[in-house]
Design a binder for this molecule. Structure first.
Ligand SMILES: *Cc1c(COP(=O)(O)O)cnc(C)c1O
Length: 851
């Protein structure tokens, strides 16, 4: 036995003996009573250890436990938490009630990063927090879901900002025995390891387990003595290193992840990849099928059917792509064994225009169901990947959208949970997607909501001051400069927050475009405004770091001192303070670069009002009454857009936001109604319970059903579908339009002397089509035209043509009835496309013949 010591096995006095069980389950991170419990051990240590309960167990003096086990307040809190935990972990769930027949099929969820809590630093920003929130709601709803990721020895990085405002990436090295993770064990109780072939060698991976409520996440760790130093460093840092490290990391994540699932022996039926980083999972699974004797095209069909892909990147440059020889080098063992399909493998990820192996292409080609993360991002993705699917309208591209959400129990302030519990029906938290429940928020007295909000703002201000003090002490500033921060910020002033990764498209420095105008806003004695900024820039992102320097420089100007503030080391802990404690959440990305954004959703449920560009989720969340929209013309160049957005920001602040906030003295009733409006309209929708239910209903369950149908009876249907596709692809060139009769000399269905009415006057269009070896019933023939909508948008109308006559030689005549003013060529076109009831989506094959 080589099982490592973990504090999970620690012996504690009997009255508090289950503390380790609580410490090793991330459930503590979204249960306010559990968080409070660990704070009761020693509040100072708890804060110093970044709320890491395992460090509390490990580093609390052993003499403390005995008296604590007799401390009635502590034991009472402990028992309360244990009771909740037992209820939580044994209760029946939404998934059990809704899909009892699917309980035994696991859904594997792959992500390069997971953000659960500040105590487990394996995330960099929104993508990771989304993955963490996804797992938490999956646990709450009882989904049979397993997370797969990497364990980074150095995490992402700790951000320090020096006296010049320069970001410094502080390297940290985590002691895994002090994190809320455990070595995963096999049946014999041995530590679980998997091996993966990388280029010319074998890399060993140790598997760690993170318990997330009822869900488990498995993390792979290459930092083992058996591996070379280069290989050990593959899991050193999230998004660190060059292209070689990046592709190797992604191979570990995708292929290693599949091996981990196999080593665990779990029956996995759905493989969901959160962004393209894990797309190599398809390679490993295709290889498994080849090893089991399936032909390549059938293997791809099976893997495709069971994969779900969520894309997050609305710009082509944001997608990982590697030189093809690099991919071939790192996957050489795959090609050594299955080299006969080399072209097939490469084709799966080929970006022909750049001759690169693109992870998003791989993900799209190997996932039957794909989605973007907001309504707008769905559209942008359909536009971006239209060429993948032949000559079709962007609206038909098979990429759907499921809008992101956030985990309410994680992000909603304890103070507000208590308040909502007093006024909303008892089930509000478990029924958070029910809009009717949220309408009752109206009955909360304005004073109560405002008081709770002010408390949260004061808490935030204390936190900010201590963050600044720490920064100044470290930078050796004189004592009076350190103490000066005590006077910074006021709970009475309108407070605006901006915090997120400092990627350039997010334009953190946009409000600094006119410092004079900003000065007038900030330094208005009667109606002051203050700003808080926080965020990390990727260590290789020089312009992002330049933005940090600029914010720092402005914050140090005399006129903005103590009113515009830059905080260092943005993490989930700081995020909670900010999204719960400011008045307004500012978000001004360059549209449409923000796929969704989630921090504004966290703010919204806390009564913080969104002030944002209509990008990502806000484009659908904003209804004209629940926040503000920063305007700018679509399609404008970057500079023009920045000018317009800035102008809109100042104008709205000056004319609407500041006056609304200050118009009523002590209790700003109108402001509070706006807060309520924001909570009632947004909280029931932009949460991960709604999101995970959408994923379940729209992707996981359909994927499960279709996969099961494809693989039963020795892959019978999978083989048929794959063969059918090959046959259609090989013979599609035979499909030809022979003739069209566009029905000139239109017939009117109305009587001859009636007033002509274009909408009622129709005609028949006929066309003859030659099919060659393809059976005409394996296709559909459609007539397409565009119709102007009442909102002046043009929308595609599709009329299915009927086969009316089978002529010789596989030639078939089709007919349709359409408005008589339509002319072929200038108004409408015809198309033939292959169909099958066994396709997952209408445009599975990029084969469309048009006339
Ligand atoms: C929520 C969150 C994000 C995502 O912020 P966006 O506004 O969506 O970019 C990033 N970092 C942390 C620490 C978060 O909590």
């Amino acid at each position: 036995m080589t099982t490592m010591f973990s504090y999970r096995n620690m012996k504690l006095p009997q009255t508090i003996e289950r503390l380790p069980e609580l410490a090793y389950n991330m459930w503590f991170s979204w249960n306010d009573d559990a968080l409070e419990l660990f704070g009761l051990i020693n509040q100072e240590l708890w804060d110093q250890f970044l709320h890491n309960p395992v460090r509390m167990l490990a580093e609390t003096h052993p003499d403390v436990w005995e008296p604590l086990s007799k401390d009635s307040a502590f034991v009472k809190q402990y028992e309360k938490v244990i009771r909740q935990w037992d209820e939580y972990s044994s209760g029946t769930t939404w998934f059990q009630r809704t899909y009892p027949e699917f309980l035994h099929h696991q859904i594997a969820y792959f992500s390069a990063e997971f953000g659960f809590h500040e105590s487990l630093p394996i995330y960099s920003g929104g993508l990771g927090v989304l993955a963490g929130d996804h797992c938490k709601s999956a646990s709450d709803l009882g989904l049979p879901l397993i997370g797969i990721g990497l364990l980074y020895k150095k995490g992402y990085f700790n951000q320090k900002i020096n006296k010049e405002g320069q970001q410094q990436a502080e390297a940290v090295s985590y002691d895994f025995s002090r994190l809320p993770i455990l070595p995963a064990l096999d049946d014999q109780g041995q530590e679980l390891k998997v091996q993966i072939q990388l280029a010319d060698r074998t890399v060993q991976l140790k598997i760690w387990q993170v318990l997330v409520g009822r869900v488990s996440l498995y993390l792979m760790d290459a930092d083992l003595e058996e591996n070379s130093q280069w290989d050990r460093d593959l899991t050193a840092q999230l998004y660190g290193g060059n292209q070689d490290i990046r592709i190797a990391q992604e191979i570990l994540l995708g292929m290693g992840g599949v091996k981990t699932l196999r080593a665990l022996g779990v029956t996995t039926a759905v493989y969901h990849i959160n962004e393209g980083h894990a797309a190599f999972q398809a390679f490993e699974r295709i290889k498994e099928q080849l090893d089991a004797g399936l032909p390549f095209h059938v293997a791809v069909e099976v893997i495709r059917a069971s994969s779900v892909f969520t894309t997050h990147t609305p710009v082509p440059a944001g997608h990982d792509a590697f030189p093809i020889p690099m991919m071939e080098y790192y996957c050489s063992s795959l090609f050594a064994k299955w080299g006969e399909y080399k072209q097939g493998w490469t084709q799966l990820g080929l970006d022909a225009s750049k001759q690169l192996f693109n992870m998003t292409h791989l993900a799209l080609n190997t996932s039957a169901l794909r989605n973007g993360v907001s309504k707008l991002h769905g559209q942008v993705s359909r536009d971006m990947f239209r060429s993948f699917h032949g000559n079709i309208d962007a609206s038909e591209v098979p990429i759907a959208h499921i809008t992101n959400g956030v985990h309410m129990n994680t992000w909603l302030a304890p103070e507000l949970k208590k308040l909502y519990s007093r006024f909303l029906p008892g089930t509000w938290a478990t029924n958070q997607t029910n809009e009717d429940i949220w309408k009752q928020l109206e009955i909360i007295p304005a004073e109560s909501l405002w008081d709770a909000h002010i408390q949260l703002k004061e808490k935030l201000i204390r936190y900010v001051r201590s963050n600044l003090r720490e920064h100044r002490r470290r930078n050796d500033m004189p004592a009076d400069k350190v103490e000066e921060v005590r006077s910074y910020l006021s709970a009475k002033a309108l407070t605006i927050g901006f915090a997120r990764r400092f990627a350039t498209y997010k334009r953190a420095n946009l409000v600094f475009n006119d410092l004079e105008r900003l000065d007038r806003l900030v330094n208005n004695d009667d109606r002051p405004v203050q700003f808080l900024f926080a965020g990390k820039a990727h260590p290789a992102d020089i312009p992002g770091q330049q933005m940090i320097r600029e914010i720092y420089r402005v914050s140090r100007m005399d006129r903005f001192r103590g009113k515009i503030i830059l905080l260092e080391n943005y993490d989930m802990n700081m995020a909670r303070y900010l999204v719960q404690g400011v008045d307004v959440w500012l978000n001004n990305p360059r549209r449409p670069y923000e796929a969704s954004g989630t921090s504004g959703q966290k703010a919204a449920m806390n009564g913080v009002i969104n002030f944002s560009v209509l990008d990502g989720w806000w484009e659908e969340g904003y209804d004209g009454t629940n926040g503000w929209s920063i305007e700018g013309s679509n399609g404008a160049d970057n500079e023009k857009l920045a000018r317009e957005n800035t102008e809109s920001i100042y104008r709205l602040l000056e004319q609407e936001i500041v006056p609304l906030y200050y118009n009523q003295g002590k209790l700003p009733v109108q402001w509070v109604s706006r807060m309520k409006r924001s909570i009632t309209t947004l909280a029931p929708v932009y949460n991960t319970d709604r999101m995970v239910m959408d994923y379940t209903n729209e992707t996981y369950i359909p994927t499960l059903k279709r996969t099961m149908a494809l693989v039963t009876d020795q892959y019978d249907l999978a083989t048929k579908v794959a063969d059918y596709k090959n046959f259609i692809k090989a013979n599609w060139h035979f499909v030809k339009f022979l003739e069209i009769n566009d029905g000139s000399g239109s017939r009117s269905v109305s009587s001859a002397d009636a007033i002509p009415d274009i909408s009622k006057s129709t005609k028949e269009v006929t066309s003859t089509i030659k099919f060659g070896p393809i059976w005409y019933k394996d296709t559909v023939v459609e007539l397409l035209y565009y119709e102007e909508q009442p909102n002046h948008q043009w929308q595609q109308v599709i009329v299915t043509m009927n086969a009316v006559k089978e002529l010789d030689n596989r030639v078939v005549q089709y007919s349709a009835v359409v408005p008589s003013h339509l002319r072929h060529g200038s108004h409408f076109s015809l198309r033939v496309r292959p169909v099958s009831p066994n396709f997952a989506t209408a445009f599975e094959l990029p084969l469309v013949t048009t006339l």
